[in-house]
Structures are given as structure tokens and as C-alpha cells.
Design a protein around this ligand. Structure first.
Ligand SMILES: Nc1ncnc2c1ncn2[C@@H]1O[C@H](COP(=O)(O)OP(=O)(O)OP(=O)(O)O)[C@@H](O)[C@H]1O
Ligand SMILES: [Mg+2]
Length: 252
């Protein structure tokens, strides 16, 4: 479980995040939603300790993240940022191999090669392993970074807008893959997502941020009501049902 308590970040007069209390369940998919600028990426970076909190605490499976050393962290969680820095002369296979660093310290053994191979297949990168990252399409590159995070073999995966650039086939496959990982390997998965249908259909839990604060949170079916979503985005949102599944309407 990730337990966030009294978390604030940014200048006292104009904090980016303020008084965040949230619980993210293990072995489940949590959708982090909210308008542009609400603080989703900042929260993810604080959990990943890429930023240091101003006040408050984050505990991950009981471990106080402020006290954890980098090696411990890298074995607990893998992170894919919203904006991917592309070191262009890195090949896909090498990139995924970097995910094995916490296990291999750079000398990949048979187990590491098997993990890389598995990630290549799982994220549909067969045939692209030898490509340089700058020779990939946006969606292929996105999947290569997610494969690297997966290869890290952690209990937690934090993905900031993983559906960016993905066509509907790959977006759906990725969500199905994440569900499979949550259900069969007990991974805790936190995704920042803007498409409410993906958030509602595939997630178990939701944390909604607005102006740097938690607007609502809880099991997705109970917490993400049409009223709350409409207020969150200041846009009329309706939830209907199609084939017995919830369907979010907001286009017109
Ligand atoms: N390096 C920075 N310095 C100052 N302010 C920042 C910095 N990075 C982000 N912010 C501000 O912090 C707030 C939250 O940004 P954040 O990137 O966390 O939003 P977000 O919810 O991820 O939005 P989006 O959906 O657009 O990705 C925004 O108002 C943003 O302008
Ligand atoms: Mg963001």
C-alpha cells in the first residue's frame, strides 16, 4: 500500500500540492485523474522521490520513502515519466536492459536476458529490439519505456500518461496487460490518465486531484460519479451503460 499523509509541495503561498492524504491499494490499478496542472505528475514524482516533499510523508508497503536508499527504491517501484528523455543512440534492447540494473548492476545474466525478452514480447516490441530509440514512432517509444519499467520487476509500477501516443489497439492491449499484472502478479499500478473511459473501465481505484488537492478518491465505481467528474473538469459528463459496462460521455 502507498500511504500519503499531509503531503505538500511548492512555495507556501502558492503550493503545487497541498495537504494530500491518499491511500493507493496494492495489487490494483489506481487512476490518477484531474485537469491539466492539477498536480498529477508532481505527485507521481514525489512518490518516485524524483522531487523532495516540502512536508508530510509517503510510506510504501510500510517503508518511509524519505528514509529509503536508492537501491531499495529501485527494487520497489519503476516509473515512466510523462515526458520521455530520448537518448537517441540507445537501442530498444539496451533500454529495456537498463531496467534490469537494480538486479544486475549492469552485467546482464541469463535471468536478466530472459526478463528483457519477456518484456519485448509482452509490449509488442518484437522486431524492433535493435532499433535506436529515435528510429521509433511515438507509440513504439512509449511502449519501449514501459517495457523497461516492467523489466525492473517491481511490486509497483507508476506510469504518467502511458496511453499517450498509443492507437486504440495498443492502448487497449496495454490496459489489459496492466490488469493482468495486477491480478496475476499482485502489482500495484498507478497510472495518470485523461481518458475517463479507460480510467473507469480498467481501474479499481481513483484519486482525483484539483488545484493541488484531492477532490475525491476511493473505489472507482463508487467515487467516480458523473456529478463529481463534471465538477472536476467543469464539463458536463454523463455515465451511461453499454453492454452492462459503464460508458462515460463528454463529447457533446
Ligand atoms: N518545475 C516547475 N516549476 C514551477 N511550477 C511547476 C513546475 N512543474 C510544474 N509546475 C506547476 O505545478 C502545477 C502542477 O503541474 P503538474 O505537471 O503536476 O500537473 P499535471 O496534473 O500533471 O498536468 P497535465 O495533465 O498537464 O500533465 C502546474 O500549475 C504547473 O504549472
Ligand atoms: Mg502531467
Amino acid at each position: 500500500m502507498i500511504e500519503i499523509s499531509g503531503l505538500s509541495y511548492g512555495p507556501a503561498l502558492q503550493p503545487i500540492l497541498h495537504g494530500i492524504d491518499a491511500t493507493l491499494p496494492p495489487g490494483r490499478i489506481t487512476a490518477l485523474i484531474g485537469p491539466n496542472g492539477a498536480g498529477k505528475s508532481t505527485l507521481l514524482k514525489l512518490i518516485a522521490r524524483q522531487l523532495a516533499a516540502g512536508s508530510g510523508s509517503i510510506r510504501l508497503d510500510g517503508l518511509d520513502l524519505a528514509q529509503a536508499n536508492p537501491a531499495q527504491l529501485a527494487r520497489c517501484m519503476a516509473v515512466v515519466a510523462q515526458h520521455l528523455d530520448v537518448a537517441s543512440r540507445v537501442r530498444v534492447r539496451e533500454l529495456i536492459g537498463f531496467g534490469r540494473w537494480p538486479h544486475s548492476q549492469g552485467r546482464l545474466g541469463p535471468e536478466d536476458h530472459a526478463a528483457v525478452e519477456n518484456a519485448v514480447v509482452l509490449f509488442g516490441l518484437d522486431g524492433l529490439e535493435q532499433r535506436f530509440l529515435d528510429e521509433l514512432s511515438g507509440g513504439q517509444r512509449q511502449r519501449a519505456f514501459i517495457a523497461m519499467a516492467y523489466a525492473q520487476d517491481t511490486d509497483w509500477l507508476l506510469l504518467d500518461e502511458p496511453l499517450n501516443n498509443l492507437d486504440l489497439h495498443h492502448a487497449r492491449n496495454l490496459m489489459a496487460q496492466l490488469r493482468h499484472l495486477a491480478e496475476t502478479q499482485d502489482k500495484g499500478i498507478v497510472i495518470v490518465v485523461h481518458d475517463l473511459n479507460y480510467a473507469i473501465s480498467w481501474s479499481d481505484h481513483v484519486v482525483a486531484l484539483q488545484d493541488g488537492q484531492v477532490a475525491f478518491q476511493g473505489p472507482v465505481a463508487e467515487a467516480a460519479t458523473a456529478e463529481r467528474l463534471s465538477a472536476l473538469y467543469q464539463t458536463p459528463v454523463a455515465i451511461t451503460h453499454l453492454g452492462g459496462k459503464p460508458f462515460v460521455q463528454y463529447h457533446r
